[in-house]
Design a protein around this ligand. Sequence first.
Ligand code: C2O
Ligand code: CU
Length: 562
Amino acid sequence: MKALIFPFICVILLCGVLPSHAEVRRYKFELRNTSYSRLCSNKTILTINGQFPGPTIYARKGDLVIVDVYNLADHNITIHWHGVKLPRYPWSDGPEYVTQCPIRPGTKFTQRVVLSDEEGTLWWHAHSEWSRATVLGALVVLPQKRDDYPFPKPHAEVPIILGEWWKSDVQQVMEEFLRTGGDPNVSDAFLINGQPGDLYPCSRQDTFKVTVEYGKTYLFRMVNAVMNNIMFFEIANHNLTVVGSDGSYTKPINSNYITISPGQTIDFLLEANQNPSQYYIAAKVYARAGFVDNTTTTGIIEYAGNYTPPSSLILPTFPRVNDTLASVTFTNQLRSLANKRYPVDVPLNITDKLLFAISINTRPCPTESPCAGPSDNRLLASVNNITLVLPKEAILQAYYKHIGGVYEADFPDNPPFRYNYTEDTVPGLLWTPENGTDVNVLEYNSTVELVFQGTNIAGGVDHPMHLHGYSFYVVGSGFGNFNRSRDPLNYNLVDPPLMETIAVPRNGWTAIRFRADNPGVWFMHCHFERHVSWGMGMTFIVKNGKGPNAKMLPPPPDMPKC
Ligand code: C2O
Ligand code: CU
């Protein structure tokens, strides 16, 4: 069977774009209802292959990964390869109703995950409703066989997936807050590799442990798969050396803490250089006040050898929960390697200057309906004052087949009105966005500068913004309102980090640049699940260019139907 399928796929799709060293790797994903017990209670969750977190995909740079996704559960699903650019092939990208309709129970979809220049840690997750809470896993892209890491070879690698756990069914948590218009219920625990750790009830056994040998160096591949929180991460008594983020390498950063946004990945080296003993690995929330679970998830690093284990472990001292400066200071240290082997290619002549205001908003509750938001309002969110409403058909199909009435191609390049975005009290007039399914159309090869401007409507928070189909250079960020004449003078155009998720600081802005050289339909959204559920997302269509290598590839025969 395999032998038959490979040449077939090759002919119709991808052999032309696969580099010659590439290998084809095949994985089978079965979505199942799985019973799972955490925090003294049992529930049924969606998993891939019965595993939580799900299976890790391993590949080398430039490989083709083919994943056969079988839906054996009772719930619709889509799967997204977070941080994989899928050159000219948005068909496998996954966001529900943007690039595809869901895979229905009892059906199968074969996804072709085309790796290109990504190298490092990425991940995959469900991209339909709130299923990604339990349907997720790491995607490790190793260097090509003949290549090394740009740092000394680690003794071993350790995946760290941060997660979030509700004792109740996440589907119900989602339905409830969308029905009432309030905030979702705060979760019951954070997780390290699926385990809450010994500070939560009934969780002493459910603690992630890793053994290290004194004198050795370990590569930790960390993914923040938490639903609604940016996290601080530390290992007691140890400094960490960050060497990568979002599937590309960074200049080494030595730090005792890490800030990591949902969607983001951080690779760091840990040198086991302390007295042989046991030490906490720990993570907790960074957030402004409100909607905060101030608990700590823990794991344990255990040195090999003979010693008396300590009777109790000491937690690392974290920055304060609302320490925006600590959060931003870490993130602002990230830098590309920017050397001969890993050059930087940041666009310098910009053809498209975009300013997107990203807001939490409110709207009066309809009479007689439940109303759990602030002062008789529902909470919602917007980009340039448009609250995303997902269509019933996928935008990608509508674009490819010229089906009208699914979306409008008029997403604005700028906020519809200018105001003091970050003043403490924004005028009420600006509080109510419009619903829409609008796309912003980019010409092939245009050079884009996109400035995300946070607003203080309904209270400012950080927003981890994520773009599909691309990595982008983060060229600047700051507090207050973006100033077009002053702020670009301080851009880093020398060694900006190459990311696909970036936390826009509360009360502030972040500027990114990318070349629109990947034709297709690409979702852009806040990676806080509650914010995207409230409508903080939009879609780019990047048009085909001239030659045959600048055009979208045709769809696979088994695209799920709506
Ligand atoms: Cu990690 Cu649109 O997602
Ligand atoms: Cu957000």
